[in-house]
Every structure is written in C-alpha cells, then in structure tokens.
Write a protein that binds this ligand. Structure first.
Ligand code: AMP
Ligand code: ZN
Length: 468
C-alpha cells in the first residue's frame, strides 16, 4: 500500500511502526455548531482509509478529538447566554448523529480537549524545562526558532515566514521574543472557561491539544496523522514542533491531507454564506449519497459540491443497490444446489474486479477508481447472472459487491438484511430483559417478533430464530 506523504511530497510504501498495527490521529471538528459538509470530507475519507486498512488485516487504533474549548465556542455561548460546556456537549452529540448517518465508524477514542488539561500542563512544563518555551505574564509561548525542523511539513522557510510575519503580531502578543513564536497557554479572560496552572488560571492553545492527545492515546511516535489541508500550516507544523521537542522522537511517519470541498466552484465559507450543514443535506438526501459523492473523487483533489453531482451520486448508488436487490431476487427464486463449473469460472472473473478495487485503494486510497471497479462488477452482475443460474452463484456475486461497498462504508443491502439486524437487536434486548427478570418485557418482544412471523427457539447454544 502506498500513501502520499505531505512531508516528503511523495507517495511512499506504507510501513507501520509495529507490523499489523496502525496508529492514526485525525484532527476533529471544533464543536460550536452543526458540522458542515466540508468537515464531513475528512471524516468520510479517513474513515474509508481506516476501513480499507482493517480490510487488509491491520488493527487500527483510530483517534479523533473534539476541540471543545475555543474562541468560537465561547462566542456562541455568550450569544446564547449559556455555559460553553453546554454548547460543546450539544454539538458533539449532534456531530455523532451526523457521523452515524454517514456511516462513519466511531473512533477507537474520541478525546475531548477539556478532559486532557492536566496532560497539556505537563507537556508545556516539560517544554519550558527543556528551553523550548517561555512564560510572559501568564502566557506561555513556544520558541519556534529553537526547533531546527520547523517548516519541514509545510515546506516553509523560517526567513520567508519572518518577513511575512507582521500579521502574526496579534495585539496583546507583543511580549513574544520572536514574531514566529506561538501560544501554548493563554491567561484567563473574564467570563471564559479556565483551569489553574503554574502560570495562573487560563486555557491551552489549540495546537498543544492534539500533541497531547495523540501521545496519550497512541504514543510518542505514530503512523498516520491526518486532517484537511488547511491544517498543514500552522496547526500541524506546530504540533510537530511541540511533540518532537518534548519527546525527542519523530512524531508522525505519514501526513495525509484532504483537499477542500467547494460549493458551486467557490470556496465554501461561512462569511460567503455558501455552506451547507450535514443536517441540511440529510433533509434532502440519504447521507449515504453524501458519502458516495465524497468518495467519487480522490481525497487529494478539490471537490465541487453541486446539485447535479449529488443527483449523479444518488443514481450511482441506486444502480448498485438495484443490482444487489436483483441478485437477492434471483437467489431466492433460483434452483438450490452447487455452483456449476462454468459458474465457478465466471466467479473468478468477478473476483478480478475485487483485485482491481484493491489495486486502486493501495494507490493512496484512490476511491474514485475503486468505485469504478465496483461499477464494473455491477455491470458483470447485471449481464452474467440470470434466472438460469444457481442460488449459490447469485449469492456469491452479491457477496462480492456488498463486501467492496462495505469497505467504502456504503450500505447497499436491501431492507430484508437490515431487518435481520433489527431482529438480532430485539433478541439481545429480550435476553437482557430476562436476565434482569423483566419477564413482561421479554414476552412483549417475543410477541412483537411473532407478529412479524419470526419464531424464537431457546436452545442450549442460545436463541435461534427463523422466519415463518
Ligand atoms: P474545524 O472544525 O474548522 O477545525 O475543521 C475540522 C476539519 O474539517 C479539519 O480537518 C478541516 O481541515 C476540515 N475542513 C474544514 N472545512 C473544509 C472544507 N471546506 N473542505 C474539506 N475539509 C474541510
Ligand atoms: Zn489537530
């Protein structure tokens, strides 16, 4: 598998630190509003990268934070006259609903910045001790020039930065030793959330959050660090400086960045008012369509959001779903029995599309080409499976399509399969109810299932079920 590394500006063979395991950190959203479809892009593309690596047999430790202390959150809290925590908790819950709709798997850990303040104070203290940071009047700054590697990710030269650094001199930061120095800890302002620290009450800077959370949940050295391309500078550059100076080790081996999502060929931004939240999109489309749309382009190519492209995505997804439900129908009505020799040979042909899919994904997660392979498989299914085939063959072709879509996080199975899951869930709930001696609820579930023609058999191996 090869991945494009922003740091080396090359596609590189992916070699994890520990064979068979991947540690991956993806910068998450700042939670002051519903997430917009731009924020959804890194969520979807890196969730897909994770799914693909899991498909290849890697155990992926996937960490993605919520930035739950920030100027924008505080501003929104003041506007509504509620505590900042109420805003962040509300939008974390809403974000998780959107993620579920887009079939983005929950991270192994979703740390919250506000729960990790102790670790941040520790890292900042350590950086001061090592001479990489200094305090002035309750503000702690990072001594950027002390880190020889500064600029290696964004390929910026310190002297160019210096000459263009006037804008970095924000009011109140005149005490910096150097305009390039950035904030690790800032003093409390009235009415804002704050925590006690050796430098007085205050709150952490944004960059230190990710350095601390990545180290705590993944270790000092990690395999993949990812996020949108706007984070390359200064956020990720600063994360590298903090982590490498503190830990004395290289931070991340591969830096992956998604390109931006535009709307009607213009940069999507709040000030232009041309952005959509995921929630708004969900009122018009199944969020699976949004996922399909995002994956129809390579993650490093800019992607334009438009009604036409969403319609095309809806149709594309529909074509796959139709093929699957057609195969279901054929399997149900076909003669039972073993696959014929001819079918077996034909299946080998179907498997070449799966190989093509893997080849595309191995090439820096080229989901656009991977989807093209799925369509070829769909075309094969539509033209090569008919009522004359065995159920085993129809099922095998169906399984190929579903498996590839599953790697992309696309749900293409027809309702009946979803119903199976619901049944299993109800059975599990019934078992819980019985354990809790809530027999009334247990019976209620049994009756509810019976009404739908599902009979339950309590066996020694557990509960079995069948349709009438
Ligand atoms: P933020 O909440 O602004 O910190 O952003 C959360 C994530 O969304 C970051 O990885 C950003 O790079 C990414 N992001 C924000 N806007 C866009 C966009 N229009 N297209 C793609 N990614 C974006
Ligand atoms: Zn980050």
């Amino acid at each position: 598998m090869r991945v494009y590394n922003t740091e080396t500006r090359r596609k590189e063979e992916f070699v994890p630190l520990t064979p068979g395991k991947v540690s991956m950190y993806v910068c998450g959203p700042t939670v002051y509003n519903f997430i917009h479809i731009g924020n959804a892009r890194p969520m979807i593309v890196f969730d897909t990268a994770r799914r693909y690596m899991e498909h290849k047999g890697y155990e992926v430790n996937y960490v993605s934070n919520f930035t739950d202390v920030d100027d924008k959150i505080i501003a929104k809290a003041m506007e509504e006259g509620v505590p900042a925590q109420e805003i962040s908790e509300r939008y974390i819950a809403e974000c998780k609903k959107d993620m579920e709709g887009m079939n983005v798997k929950p991270a192994t850990t979703h740390p919250l910045a506000t729960q990790e303040i102790g670790g941040m104070i520790e890292m900042i203290s350590d950086l001061i001790e090592k001479g990489y940071a200094y305090e002035v009047d309750g503000t702690v700054y990072f001594r950027t020039r002390r880190f020889a590697g500064y600029g290696k990710l964004s390929h910026k030269n310190l002297d160019d930065l210096r000459s263009g650094s006037r804008s970095l001199l924000v009011t109140g930061e005149e005490q910096k030793e150097d305009p390039l120095d950035f904030v690790l800890w800032k003093p409390k302002k009235e009415g804002e959330p704050s925590w006690p620290s050796p430098w007085g009450d205050g709150r952490p800077g944004w960059h230190i959050e990710c350095s601390v959370m990545a180290r705590k949940y993944l270790g000092e050295e990690i395999d993949i660090h990812a996020g949108g391309e706007d984070l390359i500078f200064p956020h990720h550059e600063n994360e590298i400086a903090q982590s490498e100076c503190c830990n004395g080790k290289p931070f991340a081996r591969y830096w992956l960045h998604n390109a931006f999502l535009n709307i009607d060929n213009r940069k999507m931004s709040k000030s232009l008012g041309n952005f959509f939240t995921v929630r708004e999109i969900s009122e018009k489309y199944d969020l699976q369509v949004l996922r399909f749309f995002m994956l129809s382009a390579h993650y490093r190519s800019p992607l334009n959001f438009s009604a036409e492209l969403m319609e095309a995505s809806r149709n594309g997804l529909e074509r796959i779903k139709n093929a699957v439900s057609n195969l279901d129908f054929l399997a149900k009505n076909a003669p039972e029995g073993e696959m014929t020799a001819q079918e077996q040979e034909s299946l080998t042909q179907a498997q070449t599309y799966a190989a093509r899919f893997d080849e595309a994904m191995d090439d820096d997660f080229n989901t656009a080409d991977a989807i093209a392979a799925v369509f070829e498989l769909v075309k094969f299914a539509n033209s090569s499976v008919s009522g004359a085939n065995t159920a085993a063959f129809a099922k095998a072709v169906r399984a190929e399509i579903v498996e590839l879509c599953d790697i992309l996080g696309l749900i293409v199975e027809t309702q009946e399969e979803l119903l199976d899951e619901e049944i299993e869930k109800l059975i599990a709930e019934r078992q819980e109810a019985r354990k809790a001696k809530n027999f009334a609820r247990a019976d209620e579930i049994r009756n509810q299932l019976a009404e739908q023609g599902i009979t339950l058999l309590d066996t020694r191996e557990g509960v079995k079920w069948k349709r009438a």
